[in-house]
Design a protein around this ligand. Structure first.
Ligand SMILES: Nc1ncnc2c1ncn2[C@@H]1O[C@H](COP(=O)(O)OP(=O)(O)OP(=O)(O)O)[C@@H](O)[C@H]1O
Length: 241
């Protein structure tokens, strides 16, 4: 079985015809791995995700979902249909992806229970708290059981129990063979959860690799992810691991 799920080869990309927010961003996502997309504010993390989703006006390069692998995207800011309840959102997503009725009900109920949303199934997500809205996005994504998850900053807004439930589910999906690309600023959690890291700054991929490889590049053998990234950015190194 091919281990590669997604190849990204961006020569340059941006929001207008001649803009170059990203340059030379090249990486892959493989089966059964969680990859952390890390970098300071304005570094280009969301732009990288948008280029993968085909949302950028200008993208010179190649985004290759190998063998047409399916993906779920979980945005940083939840988006909903004003008139649809939580259950109707899930039903719509399942219909679009042709998930059978029985499978849909079993999966949706399990996810709703796991995230403790039983009492609001028939309510409008637009009336939910921020964390509850984020849970709706997570439930919808997990319901679809895709090959790849693309997740923009999952750790802000979730309470500790929801965070634990989310991480358990992500690990279950990883064991199933899914690949995960996760952008985050929460480096201590990323360090525990992710198998590999991509460090983006100034629209360039400054480093990529496992924690050990990043530590080697930073010359900090036992350094935390935060220490290593500080060292790499301060050193102004541009080579890839
Ligand atoms: N819609 C847009 N139009 C034009 N420029 C944009 C747009 N969105 C982002 N940018 C610019 O692209 C650059 C990268 O922004 P991006 O949102 O990718 O950063 P980020 O790494 O996700 O940052 P943060 O951690 O703050 O969310 C910034 O200089 C930003 O001003």
């Amino acid at each position: 079985m091919n281990q590669n799920l997604l190849h990204i080869n961006i020569v340059e990309a941006g929001y207008g015809a001649d803009t170059k927010i990203l340059q030379d961003v090249n990486f892959s996502i493989n089966r059964g791995e969680i990859v952390g997309l890390i970098g300071p504010n304005g570094a280009g993390k969301s732009t990288t995700i948008k280029s993968i989703l085909g949302l950028l006006e200008h993208c010179n390069g190649k985004i290759d979902f190998i063998n047409n692998h399916t993906y779920s995207y979980i945005p940083e800011r939840p988006v909903f249909y004003d008139e649809l309840t939580l259950w109707e959102h899930l039903d719509l997503a399942a219909t679009v992806l042709s998930i059978s009725d029985n499978e849909f009900k079993a999966r949706a109920e399990a996810l709703i229970n796991r995230f403790h949303m039983e009492n609001v199934i028939h309510k409008l997500p637009s009336s939910f708290s921020k964390g509850m809205q984020q849970k709706v996005m997570l439930i919808t994504a997990f319901l679809l059981s895709p090959d790849i998850y693309i997740i923009d900053e999952p750790f802000v807004g979730l309470d500790p129990m929801a965070m634990k439930d989310f991480l358990t589910l992500v690990n279950d999906e990883k064991s199933r063979g899914a690949g995960v690309l996760m952008s985050t600023h929460v480096l201590d959690t990323a360090e525990k959860v992710c198998d590999r890291f991509l460090l983006v700054a100034d629209g360039h991929l400054k480093a990529q690799g496992t924690l050990n490889e990043i530590q080697d590049q930073a010359n900090l053998q036992n350094g935390t992810l935060l220490d290593c990234f500080h060292a790499i950015l301060a050193g102004g190194k541009n080579e890839r691991i």
